[in-house]
Design a protein around this ligand. Structure first.
Ligand SMILES: C=C(O[C@@H]1C=C(C(=O)O)C=C[C@H]1O)C(=O)O
Length: 256
C-alpha cells in the first residue's frame, strides 16, 4: 500500500506522506477536468439514451468502470471504496494479501454518495467554465479519475484514525466509549497541519498548472490551467472536513 512503512506498517508520518502524494493526483485531476467546459449533457439523465439503463453518462461510465475494475481486484485494497457498491461482482483475480491494518468496522464506512453529490452539485460549477464542446465521454472519464482520487483521499481518514488511535489509545478510548464526537474531532485535529495542506495544494496548482516553455520569458505569463484558489477551496471546504468526518466515524467503531 502507498502509505505502508516497510517495517512498521502505517505510521502517522507515512500516512501523511501518502496524503501529500495524493495531492499531486488530485491537482492533476483538476487540471484534466478543467480542460473541458461544463459539458452539462454529461450529467443529464434525459440526454443519454443508454440501452437498459437510466441515468447520466457520467453515472454509466462510473458504474461500468467500477464493475470492470472490481473484477480485476480494485476493491480488495482497503484504500479503495466504490461509488456504486450495489453493482459489483467478485474479483476473479487471485488477491494480493493486504495487511489487515484497519479494524473490520472500517468496511462499513463509505461516504461516496455524499462525495458524489458534493462533486456534481457544489464543486464542479466552481471548477469549470460554462460551455459545451461535445466531448462528453472524455469529460466523464476525467470526472471518474478525479472522483476516485477524491474518494481515496477522504476515506484515507480510516488509516489516519487508526494510527492516531494506536499512538495514544489512552486518550481516544474514553471518548470512543462515551461516543463523544466533538471530543474526538477536537483530539484528532491539527490546525497547523491543515493550514500547511491548504497552502501546499494552492502552490501545487500554481506550479503544476503553469505552461512550461523553453523560452524563459514565456513562462508564467499564461493563464493557470486550474485556478489555485479553487484547489485550496476544495481542500478547505470539503476534503479536509470529510477526511475528519471519516476519522470520527472510524473511531466510533474502533472498540466494537
Ligand atoms: C489527516 C489528518 O487529520 C486531520 C485532517 C487533516 C487533513 O485532512 O488534511 C489534517 C490535519 C488534521 O486536522 C492529519 O492529522 O494528518
Amino acid at each position: 500500500e502507498v502509505g505502508a512503512d516497510s517495517r512498521n506498517g502505517y505510521t502517522l508520518e507515512s500516512v501523511r506522506e501518502a496524503l501529500v502524494r495524493q495531492e499531486d493526483t488530485i491537482v492533476y485531476g483538476l487540471i484534466e477536468r478543467a480542460k473541458f467546459p461544463s459539458n452539462s449533457h454529461t450529467y443529464d439523465e434525459n440526454y443519454a439514451q443508454i440501452p437498459a439503463s437510466c441515468g447520466s453518462l457520467v453515472e454509466f461510465i462510473v458504474k461500468n468502470t467500477e464493475a470492470l475494475q472490481a473484477e480485476v481486484g480494485r476493491y480488495k485494497n482497503p484504500e479503495e471504496n466504490p461509488f456504486f457498491p450495489e453493482n459489483l461482482s467478485a474479483s476473479f483475480v487471485p488477491s494480493n494479501p493486504f495487511t489487515q491494518f484497519l479494524h473490520p468496522g472500517a468496511a462499513s464506512i463509505n461516504i461516496n454518495k455524499s462525495i458524489w453529490k458534493m462533486y456534481l452539485q457544489e464543486f464542479l460549477p466552481l471548477l469549470v467554465t460554462p460551455g459545451d464542446d461535445g466531448n462528453y465521454a472524455q469529460t466523464a472519464a476525467s470526472d471518474l479519475s478525479l472522483l476516485q482520487a477524491i474518494s481515496r483521499r477522504i476515506h484515507y481518514g480510516k488509516f489516519v484514525a487508526e494510527v492516531k488511535f494506536r499512538d495514544s489509545p489512552q486518550d481516544y478510548e474514553p471518548l470512543v466509549r462515551a461516543k463523544d464526537r466533538e471530543g474526538l474531532m477536537k483530539l484528532l485535529t491539527f490546525e497547523s497541519v491543515e493550514e500547511m495542506v491548504r497552502k501546499r495544494v494552492e502552490k501545487k496548482a500554481v506550479v503544476f498548472g503553469q505552461e512550461v516553455s523553453l523560452n524563459r520569458d514565456d513562462d508564467n505569463n499564461t493563464k493557470p490551467k486550474v485556478d489555485p484558489s479553487v484547489a485550496s477551496r476544495l481542500y478547505q471546504k470539503w476534503l479536509i472536513p470529510l477526511t475528519k468526518e471519516v476519522q470520527v466515524e472510524y473511531l466510533l467503531r474502533r472498540l466494537d
